[in-house]
Design a protein around this ligand. Sequence first.
Ligand code: NCD
Length: 336
Amino acid sequence: MERNSKIFHCLTAQQFSREFLHEICDLADRIRDIARTKAGMEYLSSILNHKRAMLYFVQPSTRTFLSFYSACQILGIRCAEVRDPKTSSEVKGESEEDTVRTFSSYFDFIIMRHPKANFAEKIAQLLNKTERPVPVINAGSGKDQHPTQALLDIYTLRRSFSHRGGIDGKSVAFVGDLLRGRTIRSLAYLLAKFEDVKQYFVAPPEFQIGEDILKYLDSAGVNYEVLTNFKKIIPHVDAIYMTRLQDEWDAVDGTKARFDLEHYSLTEQDLPSLKPDAVILHPLPRRQEIAVEVDADPRAMYWRQVRNGMWVRVALVAMIFSREKNIVEYYLNNNL
Ligand code: NCD
C-alpha cells in the first residue's frame, strides 16, 4: 500500500503543513508544463493507469466533480460514480458506512462529497480498521470543510502573488455567508500557515465566521478582524474572497435570517477603489455577489481558480500514490 506517501487520506485543511503546500503547488506547476505537449499528456496518462477511482458525490457539484474526474483522466485513472443515493442500495436500508465500505472493495481510492460534517473523517477511520484501507479524499463535507478547494485557492494566490513575495504579508477579506461557507473555513486554516497574513471576516453578525475558527486563529497567533462593512475594506486588501448565500442549509439549520445582498456584493463601481494588484476570488457558483461585468477585470481570478483546481487535484492524486518523483524526473529529463 502507499502508506509511505506524503499524504494518504485528504480530510481537513489543518492536516497540511506549509512545506506540503509548497510541494503540491510546485508539482502542479510542473504537471501543467508537462501537459503542454502530446507526449507529455501521454506520459501523464501512463502514471496511474492501473488505478481506479470512485466518485461518491451525494451533494450537488459541477466544478469539484468535473475537476476530479478530469484530474483522474489526465493520470489515466478510470472512474465510476454515484451521485444520487437513490440509485444505490441505501434505498434498501443500507447504511452510508456499508455503502462506502463496498466502494473500497472495488476501487483504489474514494473521492467524496457529503452533506454531513466530518463524514469523510469518519469513513477514513472506519476503512483504516478494514483490510482495504483505501485513501479517502474529502471533496466537501457539510458546512465544515472543503480542503481541496482551499488547496486550489492557495495555489491561485501563490501564482497571483508570485512577483510580489508570495502569500506572506498579504491581507485577505472573506465576504458573504461565512457561517455556512465551508470553503472559507478551510482556507482560513491554510492562510494561518503563512507569515503575517491578515484575515478580515466581513459579514452581517448572523452570518459571521464560527467561533471555532477564530479560536484556532487566536491559538496560531493570526491577526484578524471581524467586520460588517464590506465597501470600507475594499481599498485595503490584497485579495477579496466572495461567497454566496448558502441558503440550501436554511431548511436544515432553521436559519430564517436574511441580509441585504447588495452590501455584500462586488460591482463594477467598486473596481476603482480596489488596489491595482489585488485579486478577486470566488469558489463558485456565484449569484449576484459578483457582477458579471467584473469578469473582464484582470484582477478577477475566479475562472482561473476553476482551471487551477484541476491541476492541483492532479498533483494531489499523484502524491497520494507517491508519483511526485516520477513527474519531477520526467520534467527534468525533458528539459521543461
Ligand atoms: C463550493 C462548495 O460546494 O462548498 N463550491 C465549490 O466546490 N467550488 C461553494 C458553494 O457551493 O458556494
